[in-house]
Write a protein that binds this ligand. Sequence first.
Ligand SMILES: [Zn+2]
Length: 258
Amino acid sequence: MEIIFLGTGGGRWTTLMQRLRTGGIRLHGESRIHLDPGPGAIVNIAHAGISALRTDAVVVSHSHPDHYNDAEILVEAMTRGMRTTRGTFTGSKSAVEGVEDIGPVLSRYHASRVKELQVLEPGKRVSINGLAVEAAQTRHSDPTNVGLNFLYEEGVVGYISDTEYFPGIEEAYAEARVLIINVIRPSNRRIPWHLCTEDVIKILHEVKPELAVMNHFGMAMIGIADREARRVERETGVATVAAKDFMRIAVGDEIEVR
Ligand SMILES: [Zn+2]
């Protein structure tokens, strides 16, 4: 399978200024999944030379615009311009049903053309076109946000999503071969609801993926993400890279970053 980063920016300011792209992540296995399509997803799919029409599922971890903004336009692509009913939309309760004053992220019109809508709940497993996906707990300002594990034959791809650190966060990702971690701030410059580099180090002392990928950078990370990744690798012994816009990771017998 292959992981393609259509954006590595996160948080309000990086997104508004487009200092990094915010198109989310493509997971290409037997199905083509678009994970967290933030603003610009549709533009960056084209820029990466991928056909948006070849989208089988859209997954939204939570109802913040840097994670869902282009979800409707991707549903239009997935349903071949709303002419057929097909594909899967899987997301947090806030994204699929709406919770209090946030979400749902699809209009009734868009939701009506999706073949399968499913809600992710921490600790529960769903199937996305035959691929098992497990949701994990987070601590984020969207209380229904989920972390994810995609159980590919080639190994588990974990995605920690937006969360602050809490004891035991690591447990859900124990099996991950590749672990994508949203880390908005460097060193110990912690802000509520998000991880900083120090938290990543704590997590990687507990879980040992073959590759850790730092992603979803706020303004304070821009220009220093590579240095932060090197520090994480030095302190934890886990191979760690800072994601780049349009970076691709092939996961087979070997894990190859391009
Ligand atoms: Zn968020």
